[in-house]
Design a protein around this ligand. Structure first.
Ligand SMILES: [Zn+2]
Length: 418
């Protein structure tokens, strides 16, 4: 079927921090290329630009009621403050709300948790001066690193503000101390680096149709990304191994996507660069996080309901417990669905506390070869049926409810809709 030992070895080799646009990410790309060349498969790297920021100074000081410094990191690619920093009233902007917005004007504001586009847009509109976010867990302070966050282009195109991230214990301290005035300094050089998609084609015996198989191989910072998503990356490798020895009818294009964790940048870049060739692509199969010791199998289909039923039936036919649904999955399947290519993502989702993603505990020790191979076998079973189908049976369109869900996912306004 596929070489389990080699799949397992590649998983171990790939488990290191590989943030999009860094030399480590490129090292992981080369590992994938090496593994494929041993299968006598040709690969190519397609680069795309990503923004990077070299942080020179990040400082957050409480000015009133007492003077003290709070440990912080600057958002990569946020706005620079003047060298001496900006000093302003401090305000706790709890949520997007008319009262919060009215009170945020000209203040340096603490916001809750993760900053999405919707929150940021209202935050800028309210006239806030600068942003403080936080991460961590108040009860397990040692389990979390202070995140280095990024002001993505989707936010900075609204307007770049100075922004820092702090730990939740310090956020709580700011509120408990009734802080009224703070000073923030963020200075960095913004540059452009290259991230890469790794591409490998297996030609079909008798078809112009293409099935795209995707998995992101980058990780977030401070994470080895074993589960998210070295597992999906090695699943693609295992499928390539199988189909290199068993020629499919339809053409298969494997894409290991870079910089997914930075906003699906690899798959977005692919879709943009290959605009003219998208008509031939009839289906996108994406894998993002499988093989965890504890977990449950899901397939999220951004496609016609018949695909949901198809996977549901296949699970029952082969005795594989998987729950299929029609929805948008936050991964590289979505940019394909956004250009009307039916797309689905396979995953084995961990229950809370049994191997969370996006921090330093995303490690090999929480994964199981048994479940990894079972997951790959099922995904292979499904892919075989599609790759050898007389006709690829999934309707080549995206239903309106999914189009709306994609617009909501990308926080697009109705009037700017394509
Ligand atoms: Zn992922």
């Amino acid at each position: 079927m596929f070489n389990q030992r080699k799949t397992s070895t590649l998983l171990k080799e790939m488990s290191f921090e590989r943030f999009g646009g860094t030399a480590e990410e490129l090292k992981a790309a080369k590992l994938i290329q090496d593994a494929l060349s041993k299968l006598k498969l040709k690969t190519k790297l397609e680069s795309f630009p990503v923004q990077m920021g070299k942080i020179k100074k990040a400082k957050l000081e409480v000015i009133e009621p007492v003077k003290m410094e709070i440990e912080c990191t600057a958002y990569m690619c946020c706005a620079n403050t003047p060298a001496k920093g900006i000093e302003a009233e401090f305000y706790y902007y709890e949520q997007v709300n008319d009262v919060n917005c009215k009170q945020a004007k000209n203040k340096i504001c603490l916001v809750n948790g993760y900053v999405n586009k919707k929150l940021y847009k209202e935050f800028v509109k309210a006239g806030a001066l600068a942003l403080i976010s936080f991460n961590g867990n108040i009860d397990f302070p040692d389990a979390y690193d202070l995140d280095c966050r990024e002001m993505r282009p989707t936010l900075s195109e609204i307007k770049a503000l100075p922004a820092v991230n702090i730990l939740v214990k310090d956020a709580m301290k700011l509120i408990e101390m009734n802080v009224t005035k703070v000073k923030m300094t963020t200075i960095q050089d913004i540059t452009t680096a290259k991230s890469h998609n790794v591409i490998c084609d297996i030609k079909g015996s008798d078809s112009n149709d293409v099935i795209v198989l995707t998995a992101h191989y980058d990780s977030v910072r401070f994470s080895k990304g074993a589960y998210d998503n070295a597992t999906g990356s090695v699943c693609l490798y295992a499928l390539a191994d199988y189909f290199s020895k068993n020629q499919p009818k339809h053409n298969l294009r494997f894409i290991w996507c870079g910089s997914e964790e930075r906003g699906l940048l690899g798959s977005k870049a692919y879709v943009e660069k290959h605009k003219k060739e998208l008509d031939d692509i009839k289906l996108c199969i994406n894998i993002d996080m499988i093989g965890s010791t504890l977990g449950k199998r899901i397939a999220v289909c951004t496609a016609d309901m018949s695909l949901v039923h198809c996977i549901d039936y296949l699970g029952k036919v082969v005795g594989f417990p998987i729950s299929a649904s029609q929805d948008v999955y936050s991964s590289d399947s979505t940019p394909f669905a956004d250009v009307d290519i039916p797309a689905l993502s396979f995953a084995r989702i961990t229950p809370s506390g049994a191997g969370d993603i996006h921090h330093r505990y995303d490690v090999l020790e929480h994964l199981s070869d048994k479940y990894l191979f079972e997951d790959i076998n099922f995904i292979l079973e499904f892919t075989k049926r599609m790759a050898t189908a007389y006709i690829i049976p999934v309707p080549r369109s995206i239903p309106q409810n999914m189009k709306d869900a994609i617009d909501a996912y990308f926080a697009r306004e109705k009037e700017v809709k394509k």
